[in-house]
Design a protein around this ligand. Structure first.
Ligand SMILES: [Zn+2]
Length: 425
């Protein structure tokens, strides 16, 4: 089976993939409910119509996952994983077309919540399964998985599938994220991880009119936060093999994100060699006339894969000590590793890069995602190597007026159907 044939089939499927993406968008699978039963039924009907073997796996009846299974003659198995759940649409005023319209425009855009993140990629994977099925017996076994709950950590989705032993394979392509389209093709080598930190401040309550009799927990908390933020100057120790991908990641984000100020530019340059830190939740106080005896803050601290989270944790604890404010302590959630990453030199990475080059005519770069995908739990529970290639567009995920281009979805089919043919282990 040649890549040329995949290319021809993918280009013929332009209207089909646009229609499937639009139809998937029309099923509201937004959290907090995040139900995927309608989407899964729709996908199942498509697979049945095309004679594709499939199974539904549900840990929660309204949140099923579905897999398409294609037979191969070798013992190898290639997985593809994508998610069907989406984030809420936000205010209707933000949308030119209603959020679940799935509107297809004349210039080849599909609008709606999830078009980019990532029902578009799921539509491309459905078509890929159909094309590969029509090719007959393949060399590799291939499974396309459509999951729930990615946006909330994979509870009944990838995490459950991985933990319960349902996901088995040699390599896994993650369809999430922004693969740079035709212009800037890129493969995701890994995802950052976290060292989430909670600061707890304890003081002594008093009447608001006599603050000198109390010990204000909020005031102490506010004093310590800037000390913890100094972690952004802690230089991370990173594996040598990631220096190349880090340089290309910085270049990718510089070119694709909306970077306007010098300060933002500097932040992108430091994005992988240093932790990022954002104090995103503060709680404390009960009444204006009561001096609070308790307050807490939660900081989102992100680390590059391959760095040493335990050392960062130690440094954060030191910083809190250095602040010298009694009654404030830090609880740092840090594991042995942060996120995950694959080697840029593995046969898997090379073969996926070759497929992407055939599909776009350009040599792809490797990058590291700043956020997490289903790959993190798949890697954690199964050890299956995961690389990402997504059809999403820059700056689209979780935004109002989210859209995707039909062109990107056709590209997605070429990669998702092309790679299982190219993979040699
Ligand atoms: Zn996503």
């Amino acid at each position: 089976m040649s890549f040329k044939k995949v290319k021809t089939e993918a280009e013929k499927a332009q209207d089909e993939v646009a229609d499937l993406c639009s139809r998937l968008v029309q099923f509201n699978s937004a959290h907090p409910e995040g139900r995927t039963d309608e989407c899964v039924q729709f996908i199942k009907d498509y697979f049945e119509e095309h004679g594709i073997e499939n199974d539904v796996h549900a840990n929660n009846p309204v949140k099923p996952n579905i897999v398409a299974k294609l037979k191969g003659s070798s013992g190898r198995k290639v997985l593809w994983v994508g998610h069907l759940d989406v984030v809420p649409e936000g205010k209707p005023e933000g949308w030119t077309y209603p959020a679940y319209s799935g509107k297809i425009t004349d210039d080849g855009l599909i609008y709606g919540r999830g078009a980019s993140d990532m029902k578009g990629a799921c539509a491309a994977a459905m078509v890929s399964a159909r094309i590969l099925n029509e090719f007959g017996l393949l060399d590799n076994n291939v499974e396309f998985w459509f999951t729930v709950d990615e946006e909330i950590g994979g509870v009944d989705g990838a995490r459950w599938l991985a933990e319960s032993g349902r996901l088995k394979g040699d390599v896994c392509v993650i369809g999430d994220g922004n693969g740079g389209g035709r212009e800037l093709p890129s493969i995701d080598l890994g995802c950052k991880g976290g060292a989430g930190t909670k600061l707890i401040s304890r003081g002594k309550t008093a009447h608001g009119s006599t603050p000198y009799l109390g010990d204000n927990a909020i005031r102490k908390l506010i004093e310590v936060i800037p000390w913890v933020e100094k972690i952004k100057n802690y230089r991370l120790e990173l594996p040598k093999e990631l220096e190349g991908p880090i340089a290309s990641s910085i270049d990718f984000y510089m070119r694709t994100q909306k970077i306007e100020t010098q300060e933002q530019k500097e932040a992108v340059k430091r994005l992988f060699h240093y932790p990022t830190v954002a104090c995103n939740i503060i709680n404390g106080g009960v009444k204006t006339n009561v001096v609070p005896d308790y307050a807490e803050a939660q900081l989102d601290i992100r680390l590059t894969p391959g760095s040493k989270p335990q050392k960062v944790k130690e440094r954060i604890e030191e910083l809190v000590k250095e602040a010298g404010v009694p009654g404030v302590e830090a609880i740092v959630r840090a594991g042995e590793t942060a996120g995950y990453h694959e080697s840029p030199d593995s046969p898997f990475a090379n073969q996926l890069a070759e497929t992407l080059e055939k599909a776009t005519g350009k040599k792809p770069v490797f990058k590291i995602l700043t956020g997490g995908t289903d790959a993190v739990s798949i890697k954690q529970f199964t050890g299956i190597p995961c690389l990402g290639y997504g059809t999403s567009l820059t700056g689209m995920a979780h935004q109002p007026d989210e859209y995707v281009t039909v062109e990107n979805l056709v590209l997605g089919i070429k990669v998702y159907a092309g790679f299982p043919l190219a993979y040699e282990g």
